[in-house]
Design a protein around this ligand. Structure first.
Ligand code: ADP
Length: 198
């Protein structure tokens, strides 16, 4: 019995340590981030991010859903872009989507942290260049591309926290659009590290 209590306390401690804030509390930044579970194609905002492949000509997962909802004109514009390198991003119109624009990025195949970081950063950079104020991000690379969900969650939260620290006034909202229950659990758990509240 003692052992079980000891183990339970130890686990509690480890959990606390793991989610210890790594950034200062900033209420203004916290007000600008959301976790939302659902289909990214339904969001009526300035831009949604597509986790595309390097051809930019459509695929499965979120890419398939975005092309399906946006219609043929999105595909036609994508043809004119001649692909996109891993870690980079390109913007198109939103066509039949409620979102005004789609920012297509190509995440790495497998766990390449610098490339996943760069994919998120490229999207945020395009958001700034186009003076867009609201953006939704899916869990890039964690589907068909096989990135571990928890590792990818840390990358996404870190990039967005650092971006919002540097560009607080230029942005109204960044939404982490999650599709799977396990991602909701992970983001909720790790939010306290990157967006701590008092
Ligand atoms: P990748 O090839 O970059 O891994 P996937 O589309 O396979 O991209 O998966 C990325 C994430 O997008 C996964 O978490 C998947 O569950 C999620 N996803 C799939 N469809 C949608 C959708 N309609 N809206 C938001 N997220 C989605």
């Amino acid at each position: 019995e003692y052992y079980h209590k000891y183990k339970a306390d130890l686990l509690k401690k480890l959990r606390k340590k793991k989610t210890k804030p790594q950034y200062p509390v900033n209420a203004e930044i916290n007000r600008k981030v959301s976790i939302w579970k659902g289909d990214i194609t339904t969001l009526e905002i300035d831009a949604i991010v597509n986790a595309a492949n390097s051809s930019l000509l459509g695929g499965g997962g979120v890419d398939g859903a975005i092309h399906e909802a946006a219609g043929k004109k999105l595909f036609e514009e994508c043809v004119t872009l001649h692909g996109c390198k891993t870690g980079e991003a390109k913007i198109t119109g939103g066509y039949k989507l409620p979102a005004k624009y789609v920012i297509h990025t190509v995440g790495p195949i497998g766990e390449k942290e610098m490339l996943l970081t760069s994919a998120y950063e490229s999207c945020l950079k395009i958001m700034m260049e186009n003076k867009l104020r609201t953006l939704a991000l899916p869990c890039i690379s964690t589907g068909i591309y096989g990135y571990d969900n928890e590792k990818a969650c840390h990358v996404a939260l870190k990039v967005v926290r650092e971006f919002l620290t540097a560009n607080t006034d230029s942005v109204d909202r960044v939404i982490f659009c999650l599709f799977l229950a396990k991602d909701v659990d992970l983001y909720e758990e790790n939010m306290q590290i990157y967006f701590p509240v008092e």
